[in-house]
Design a protein around this ligand. Structure first.
Ligand code: NAP
Length: 253
């Protein structure tokens, strides 16, 4: 599929990797539907895409809410006339150890709310958005591409029971959907980024950043454009489906 003129929906597009993907694809002629929780940040992303000469619209939606998601994808189809690509990028972290034990006594536990909030957005959100988008793609009959953002943490990472489980689930759903949706001409792939320099990283203490970089064989954090260009590559490579592309500088959990 050509990026040029394709209608691409990106969740979590108000900042970070989502905004970077939006601008990268806008510069290559895509038409953008940008989804996020915050209207002001979406406005900034829309303006950045328009500055690159692209058509872009914003949709305020919580990806974990069934009705809101279905309604949002109906609106996107009404506004753009079609939907070719979905990037499931929205995601949150609520880190914590499963247990903390001091002097032989459990002093803290990951709360159910901590667990559930991450599962709701990172796993249920991806399920709901993909179900809505894949339905549109299957009905229009000209196929499509779905790209899920997993993480290197899917292998299991200390302090991230909830996040690692959600990102492993995303990788597994990718394979399942690639098998189920191929008959409708829909390809499904995932990207598992390592440590990428978004706003979050800019706020980190230098010593923490340094210790993280030491664990990366390429000895640097990734650039958001290195994830955005992978999204573009997946859209354009018609023989790629059911696979997780690892963009992590060689880092392994
Ligand atoms: P980010 O800067 O926090 O951006 C995520 C965006 O998603 C935010 O604008 C956030 O809005 C939005 N969002 C959160 N919950 C939502 C919901 N329920 N409905 C709609 N939008 C929602 O994160 P990022 O670093 O760009 O990461 C993007 C994706 O890449 C995530 O899935 C993340 O897990 C994954 N990833 C990132 C890295 C990295 O190093 N950056 C590495 C591996 C994987 P609010 O800010 O208002 O919550």
């Amino acid at each position: 599929m050509n990026v040029e003129k394709s209608v691409v929906a990106i969740t979590g597009a108000g900042q970070g990797l989502g905004r970077s993907m939006a601008v990268y694809l806008a510069q290559r002629g895509a038409r953008l539907a940008l989804l996020d929780l915050n209207q002001e940040r979406l406005d900034e992303s829309v303006a950045a895409c328009e500055a690159a000469g692209a058509e872009a619209r914003s949709y305020v939606v919580d990806v974990s809410r069934e009705e809101a998601v279905d309604h949002c994808f109906e609106a996107i189809t009404a506004d753009f006339g079609t939907l070719d690509v979905l990037v499931n990028n929205a995601g949150i972290m609520r880190d914590g150890m499963l247990l903390k034990v001091k002097d032989g006594k459990v002093t803290d536990r990951m709360s159910l709310a901590q667990w559930q909030s991450v599962i709701d957005v990172n796993l249920t959100g991806v399920f709901l958005c993909t179900r809505a988008a894949a339905g549109i793609m299957a009905e229009k009959g000209s196929g499509g591409v779905i790209i899920n953002i997993s993480s290197v943490s899917r292998a299991g990472n200390m302090g991230q029971t909830n996040y690692s489980a959600s990102k492993a689930g995303v990788a597994t759903m990718t394979v399942t959907w690639a098998k189920e949706l191929a008959r409708y001409g829909v390809r499904v792939a995932a990207i598992a980024p390592g440590f990428i320099g978004t706003e979050m990283v800019a706020q980190m203490r230098p010593e923490i950043l340094e210790s993280l970089v030491k664990q990366v064989p390429l000895r640097r954090i990734g650039e958001p454009e290195e994830i955005a260009s992978t999204v573009s590559f997946i859209i354009e490579n018609d023989y790629l489906t059911g696979r997780v592309v690892e963009i992590d500088g060689g880092a392994r959990m």
